[in-house]
Design a protein around this ligand. Structure first.
Ligand code: ADP
Ligand code: MG
Length: 627
């Protein structure tokens, strides 16, 4: 049915992002233009998968014995290459939506990150499959003729990739899509059969639908059998890699390839990849996962949330079930017991393999951890059943030494009397290592984990203990260090009873001077070398997480901190003595503020009154040089 409201041959503008993308695609000398064919074949194969799936419940759309295929047709005289399929096709609205805007969220994010400077953008494009639009790398005109299965009207979409496209109704007898590329002057190589053969073998050999050169009876270029059901021994590393590129639209190497067949209560095949680099849309809110679900070689859906937990969303690949009914609808997948069993099996397999890699290949694992550790940690609170397995995969910086450390390692190094896992959170490892709050722990040889990932404090707040040991921040609450003995030969730095009485008047003076700025001033158990530090009260938010929340405007008030002073520090001792001799109170007041400001600086906090700080510092300096 022709849409009567639609004039024949209307012209529409691309969405602005598409315009930018096309500009870059067409003008940048792309390192490997051959991927355009991979992308068009992938779309054609998706379209066949979708029609096969739809036809399970709507036999009127395609006969059950339909032979799905992809054809590559060369017309040397017209300088065109056509990629044709007998898949689901598109109607007018779908053409506008799919070939006029950017549908894939990751691609949209990617286009936003483009700068317009080809030098910077081209390598980025190299990391990203740009789908249909990559046709403009080789073509200066693209025509799409298509008809949606189950609809009467065919449509022609045409564009030279310069900001606009045209749409017109056409007569078309069969459903499916033909993408006709008018080859650019410099892209004649893609009109040569030998080249097409090579590209298909390299990039699309595993596509499960036959790719034919020439018409229906043409030569089949690919193996056309699902790679994931072939025995492992018959698949080469190259084929795995090419398949990974197909499912990820990426160009990187997979870091880990998992290929297995589960047999027993339920049967399924899994071919999953952990990417070697971080996909750009990993933190996109609508991002679920990109693993495709098949039932006996028939594509059902991708991104099905019941197939994989969100914290494994970096995985790419295929899961193919033997047990689910072929005509299962996407709605029927929700809470499906077979799918739950598959999910449990897949999660166990993946976590098990990661644990092996963590032990066997720690360097590679460190790179994985850098890429995806943040995502994996979400599982600690989202999936309590697998928490123990996830605990074993965690890695942190630590005062124990450079590199990454695990929780089991930490626990193996617990000191006698130590009943907590100590941590210090912040943005930057170097700054953390220099934190005064660590001094007392260092002195006792008690290890402190150094957490630099913002999500650490979120899961730690919800997962309070590991192997019966509570996680405890060294910047919150009182330090209970006395339970842990000092190493042989070390002496307690904290003051004895007499010193404590000497310090009491100074504490009182500091409390009075700083009463509007801090919650309390107290003698520290955790300092050995520095005169002061700030800590959070036991029931307040930890210092670092509070700063993050304020930064993200989720909290607009800062809680007051406790200033801890090191009673054994020479400066503190001298101040106490000065007070004992009736020292001038403005000088001691200044000292209180200067010490507080210094503690703030060490926390990475701003000094609230910089003018007052400068005045006090100048006064102190001039006293020290005796002017
Ligand atoms: P992606 O394949 O990642 O979604 P593309 O840019 O490759 O991104 O394609 C955009 C959309 O256009 C596809 O999702 C699909 O809906 C539609 N499309 C492209 N090619 C075809 C085709 N041959 N048959 C049917 N739909 C297609
Ligand atoms: Mg695509």
């Amino acid at each position: 049915m022709a849409d009567t409201a639609t004039p024949a041959g209307e012209t529409l503008a691309f969405q602005a992002e598409v315009g930018r993308l096309l500009d870059i695609v067409a003008h940048s000398l792309y390192s490997d233009r051959r991927v355009f064919l991979r992308e068009l074949i992938s779309n054609a194969s998706d379209a066949c998968d979708r029609l096969r799936y739809e036809a399970l419940t709507r036999p009127d759309l395609a006969a059950p014995d339909t032979e799905f295929r992809i054809e590559l047709l060369i017309d040397t005289a017209a300088r065109t290459l056509t990629v044709a399929d007998n898949g689901i096709g598109m109607n007018r609205a779908e053409l506008i939506e799919n070939l006029g805007t950017i549908a894939r969220s990751g691609t949209a994010a990617f286009v936003k990150s483009l700068t317009g400077d080809a030098k910077k953008d081209v390598p980025l494009i190299g990391q990203f499959g740009v789908g249909f639009y990559s046709a403009f790398m080789v073509a200066d005109g693209v025509t799409v003729e298509t008809r949606h299965a189950g609809e009467e009207q065919g449509w022609r979409w045409a564009s030279d990739g310069k900001g606009e496209f045209t749409l017109s109704p056409i007569a078309r007898t069969t459903p499916g899509t033909s993408v006709i590329l008018h080859m650019r002057e410099d892209a004649g190589e893609f009109l040569e059969p030998e080249n097409l053969r090579g590209i298909v073998r390299q990039y699309s050999d595993h596509v499960a639908i036959p790719i034919k050169l020439g018409g229906e009876r043409g030569e089949t270029l690919n193996q056309a059998s699902a790679l994931w059901v072939r025995p492992k021994s018959e698949v080469t590393p190259e084929q795995y890699k090419d398949f990974y590129h197909h499912v990820s639209h990426g160009f990187d190497e997979p870091w880990l390839t998992l290929h297995w067949r589960a047999e027993g209560k339920i049967e399924y095949s899994g071919l999953l990849f952990v990417p070697g680099s971080r996909p750009m849309d990993l933190y996109h809110p609508e991002r679920k996962h990109a693993v495709k679900l098949y039932v006996r070689r028939v594509f059902i859906t991708d991104g099905e949330k019941d197939l994989l937990p969100g914290y494994l969303r970096f995985l790419r690949g295929v899961v193919d079930s033997e047990d689910l009914p072929l005509n299962i609808s996407r709605e029927m997948l929700q809470n499906n017991p077979v799918l739950s069993l598959i999910r449990a099996g897949v999660v166990n397999r993946v976590l098990g393999e990661l644990a092996k890699k963590a032990i066997d290949a720690p360097e590679g694992y460190a790179q994985f951890w850098e890429n995806f550790g943040t995502v994996l940690k979400e599982g600690l609170y989202e999936d309590p059943i697998h928490r123990d397995k996830l605990f074993a995969l965690l890695r942190f910086g630590s005062t124990h030494g450079a590199g990454l450390h695990s929780l089991p390692d930490y626990v193996s190094r617990l000191k006698p009397g130590q009943d907590a896992i100590y941590y210090l959170a912040g943005e930057d490892l170097k700054a953390l290592e220099a934190s005064p709050q660590l001094e007392g722990y260092r002195k006792r040889g008690v290890e402190v984990l150094l957490l630099t990932d913002p999500v650490d404090e979120f899961w730690i707040a919800q997962v309070p203990e590991y192997q019966g040991k509570k996680f405890k921040s060294v910047t919150r609450g009182s330090a209970d260090l006395s339970k842990m003995p000092l190493p042989e030969g070390a002496t307690e730095a904290t003051p004895d009873a007499t010193a404590e009485s000497e310090i009491t008047p100074l504490l009182a003076l500091f409390r009075l001077a700083l009463q509007d700025s801090v919650k309390d001033v107290r003698v520290s158990q955790r300092l050995t070398d520095s005169p002061v530090c700030l800590v959070a009260d036991e029931n307040d938010l930890d210092i670092h997480i509070e700063r993050m929340l304020r930064l993200h405007k989720q909290l607009n008030q800062a809680s007051k901190r406790i200033l801890e002073i090191n009673a054994a520090h020479p400066v503190i001792k001298a101040l106490a003595a000065d007070l004992g001799k009736g020292g001038a109170s403005d000088r001691l007041n200044d000292a209180a503020f200067l010490l507080l400001d210094q503690a703030r600086l060490l926390e990475g906090e701003a000094i609230p009154d910089t003018a007052a700080f400068a005045r006090r510092l100048t006064a102190a300096l001039s006293r020290s040089v005796g002017s």
